[in-house]
Design a protein around this ligand. Structure first.
Ligand code: BF8
Ligand code: SF4
Length: 637
């Protein structure tokens, strides 16, 4: 295949070699299907198609020559806004469904019913409990876990008053702004159903009111994300820095390779916990190197952050993992698992194992997680992978040798711990002082997916290097963080190579104080997509210390290759949280200049944050740097 065509698909060399292999073997991948979809529907692209009732589908003519209203009279603004809201609601349901799952596990764990899920981090449990206003003195861990779980589950109900997970984790200023706008969410599920209600036929038809509804639901999404992080840390441990390798070169020909894919650590963490007990079985089956666990997407991030499980690949390249011919089982939970994986089962020996009742895939084997007996379930799944090992097809095997060292595990707690090494009394001081002095120009959170419409990783890598050169401290989550891992940017060497002088000096000072004998990695990997909440915690702590609100900080966010509805809901809460937020893929809202203007300009007056839509990565950096400088000026820096 032409090299240019290849790099239009992915700039990851391991992925490129697997794309070539797929071509040779006549295997269809995500990029072929994208091509088969061309030309994609222009109405859909602009958000101008409505299917919300059986009188439709209705389409609005963007060139004004044709209909300007649907059958019911909904115009472009209403249709575009409603479609955007239905994406936000989808994202919120996914993130908070993940959190609710963990809340149920914690509740049963507290009752002694789920013995395989003890509280791993009692300190985090206590910290979360006191933040939520629960008295911690004199209570056992089980009692406390029970109370936190009960409160968590109540946060989904039709409760009165603000959602605690949102209200207790942002600045006072944010709470005031949200109250003034009437967008404080109560129960998360109520926010979801309210948004489905108001986007139903003949309900909300005021684009401004609709968007405020979208903001309210996105704040429920934020609450779900934060709860997801908190409960996962309580049940599975709060991440600490770990060193591992990333990319397909971590696969081992002589080991049973099991890929853990999806989002929730509920099963994947247990698999990591029991894997040692199964090593012998794997060796007996001929796998001289035992079992090799690897991660894909955010489940991969969860087990990377807590156990150093090597991240294999992400998002658009998940099919390519199977094309290596050595993945014996791909164990999936939910979200971002493409159904096309099942098609590959015809050509490869890999077992695709679905594990969640809400996420089955026709053609996959279903081995459902039973939380009452999670360790046994995990062992059965590993057994199944060991069986598959014996069915490998040698002619299909080709492991790319690309891999790079990666450091991950930067929870908020771990970052504060590292900063304490510089100033034990006042850990945020070194960070703030360096922002004030200009050694750190600002902070950028890179988040979100890969998207088959963008050459995989290109925007992430180009932008991170450019922002680092300009002394911007970079945090990362989700597949974005995965992209940086696969390109060697989560290393001290990357700091040496790409950081501007000021940033390099700061990362070196902290790294040396923390005993690393060198700088911190160029980019701090904070975890999965729900763990964007960790980045908020840092920003909120800095804002509180400076006694300013979040919309005054030189902090920006970017999802340069955004793809899912979850990315849209996160982007919406990022702007609501006051951050200038870049998206590198045009969202489906451009059919309404009014909605587009509300999101990119008017939002600034309302919440301080706003969207920056820019598909060119370097131009996007210019705009983000501009936004950071404007904020610095506002602070008198
Ligand atoms: O939740 S970044 S492709 S895996 S949606 Fe999905 Fe996007 Fe990856 Fe993580 Ni987040
Ligand atoms: Fe058409 Fe209105 Fe029905 Fe949408 S809700 S499909 S615009 S009639």
């Amino acid at each position: 295949m032409d090299k240019d065509i290849l790099s239009q698909k992915s700039i990851d060399k391991a992925c490129q070699s697997m794309i070539k292999k797929s071509e040779k073997e006549g295997i269809e991948t995500i990029w072929d299907r994208l091509e088969n979809q061309q030309p994609q529907c222009g109405f859909g692209e602009l958000g101008l198609c409505c299917r919300n009732c059986l009188q439709g589908p209705c389409r609005i003519d963007p060139f004004k020559g044709g209909p300007q209203e649907g059958v019911c009279g909904a115009n472009a603004d209403t249709i575009v806004a409603r479609n955007l809201l239905r994406a936000i609601v989808g994202g919120t349901a996914a993130h908070s469904g993940h959190a609710k799952h963990l809340a149920h596990i914690l509740a049963k764990s507290a009752q002694g019913k789920y013995k395989d899920y003890p509280v791993k981090d009692p300190d985090k449990l206590k910290a979360v409990a006191s933040r939520l206003g629960i008295e911690t003195e004199g209570k056992s861990i089980e009692e406390l876990a029970g109370e936190v779980a009960r409160l968590a589950l109540e946060e989904f109900s039709d409760k009165e008053g603000p959602n605690l997970w949102a209200a207790t984790t942002v600045t006072k200023g944010r709470v005031e702004t949200f109250s003034k706008l009437g967008v404080v969410p109560g129960g998360i599920d109520s926010a979801i159903s309210e948004l489905m209600h108001r986007t139903h036929y003949g309900v909300d038809a005021d684009p401004v009111n609709l968007l405020l509804g979208g903001i309210k639901c996105s704040l429920a999404d934020y609450a779900g994300c934060h709860m997801g992080t908190d409960l996962a840390d309580i049940l599975f441990g709060t991440p600490q820095p770990v060193v591992t390798d990333a990319n397909m070169g971590v696969l081992k020909e002589n080991a049973v390779n099991i890929a853990l894919h999806g989002h929730n650590p509920a099963l994947s963490d247990i698999i990591v916990q029991v894997v040692k007990e199964m090593e012998e079985d794997a060796r007996n089956a001929g796998a001289s190197e035992g079992i090799n666990l690897v991660g894909i997407c955010c489940t991969g991030n969860e087990v990377l952050m807590r156990h150093g499980v090597p991240p294999l690949t992400h998002s658009v390249s998940q099919e390519l993992a199977i094309i290596t011919g050595v993945i014996d089982a791909m164990v999936v939970d939910y979200q971002c698992v493409v159904p096309s994986l099942a098609n590959l089962m015809e050509c490869y020996h890999t077992k695709l194992i679905t594990t969640m009742p809400i996420a089955k895939i026709a053609g996959a084997e279903h081995m459902e997680l039973n939380e009452e007996n999670a360790r046994e379930c995990a062992k059965d799944i590993i057994k199944s992978a060991i069986e598959a090992y014996g069915k490998r097809r040698p002619e299909k095997i080709n492991i790319p040798d690309n891999k790079c060292t990666s450091i991950a595990g930067f929870s908020t707690e771990a970052i504060v711990e590292a900063l304490k090494k510089v100033d034990s009394e006042d850990p945020l001081k070194p960070l703030i002082d360096n922002i004030v002095k200009g050694n750190i120009l600002g902070v950028c959170l890179f988040a979100g997916c890969n998207n088959a419409k963008v050459p995989q990783d290109e925007n992430f890598v180009t932008m991170a290097k450019e922002m680092a050169k300009n002394n911007v401290l970079i945090l990362a989550t989700g597949c974005g963080a995965g992209s940086f891992a696969r390109h060697g940017l989560l290393t001290p060497q990357a700091t040496e190579d790409y950081a501007g002088e000021g940033l390099k000096a700061v990362l070196t000072a902290i790294g040396e104080a923390a005993g690393l004998n060198g700088p911190l990695p160029l980019i701090l990997h904070m975890g999965s997509c729900v763990d964007n909440s960790r980045a908020v915690d840092i920003a909120v702590a800095v804002a509180n210390k400076l006694d300013v609100d979040l919309d005054k900080l030189p902090v920006v966010a970017s999802a340069p290759e955004a793809m899912t509805e979850k990315a849209i809901s996160i982007g919406t809460w990022a702007i609501s949280g006051g951050l200038p937020t870049h998206v590198g893929v045009a969202p489906n809202v451009l059919g309404s200049p009014l909605v587009a203007e509300l999101l990119t300009e008017k939002a600034k007056e309302l919440v301080g944050g706003y969207f920056i839509v820019e598909t060119d990565p370097l131009k996007a950096c210019e705009k983000l740097l501009e936004a950071i400088k404007e904020r610095r000026k506002g602070l008198g820096l």
